[in-house]
Design a protein around this ligand. Structure first.
Ligand SMILES: [Zn+2]
Length: 212
């Protein structure tokens, strides 16, 4: 497979990246990598089962859908938590069933997510994307094996100094900035050379997607 540097982007036609696709983006371009999932912001309680069924059939039939998500929990939206949890747990099961890593959107719900990580003890890596939380949240997360932290345009400078090399990833998400620009900024904040930082990212993504 090609190297992946940008673990999560909403920009279509981006190479060396995982493009976040929705069911409306079909058909997908076979030259790119994608993830697919039901974002908590897009939850419509009237058609959850149909949407999940469509996500599963697409993700199981397309080799270039290499991750499940973004999906997750968000404390700033009006969808009841029990519904968000139900949908998120379905994504956990799908990620395990299809052996595709999970890309997670988390707004002030990291404790719920870590509780579920304990409950399911998944084989697939989980990726907290767009991570901006403080160092205490980070410390709880990195106690768990096989969870990665992806950093984008905005981040907490103290936190990213403390992400272990073997757990860090980078992303553009919805940013207008390029992944090169973001990786330089993150490397600088971590007091690492850009070159060695990119090697770290490359190593991490090749471990996460070794079966892709
Ligand atoms: Zn996103």
């Amino acid at each position: 497979m090609n190297a992946i540097y940008d673990i999560h982007t909403h920009k279509h036609f981006t190479q060396e990246a995982i493009i976040n696709a929705s069911l409306n983006d079909m058909p997908l371009n076979k030259d790119f990598y994608y993830s697919i999932g039901l974002h908590p912001w897009n939850l419509n309680i009237n058609n959850i089962e149909d949407t999940l069924k469509n996500i599963e059939s697409l993700a199981s039939s397309a080799d270039n859908i290499i991750a499940i998500g973004e999906c997750g929990l968000d404390s700033n939206i009006n969808i009841p938590l029990e519904i968000q949890l139900y949908v998120f747990e379905r994504h956990i099961l799908l990620s395990e069933k299809l052996k595709k890593p999970l890309i997670i959107h988390c707004v002030k719900r990291s404790e719920d997510i870590l509780r579920l990580h304990k409950k399911y003890n998944p084989n697939m890596p989980w990726i907290f994307h767009g991570f901006r939380s403080n160092i205490n949240v980070l410390k709880n997360i990195i106690k768990h094996d096989n969870i990665y932290i992806s950093i984008g345009e905005k981040f907490n400078a103290e936190t990213i100094l403390n992400i272990p090399d073997e757990k860090i990833l980078i992303e553009t998400d919805e940013s207008e900035l390029t992944i090169e620009y973001i990786s330089k900024k993150v490397a600088e904040a971590r007091k690492q050379s850009h070159e060695s930082f990119l090697e770290i990212i490359n190593k991490n993504t090749s471990i996460i997607f070794k079966n892709t």
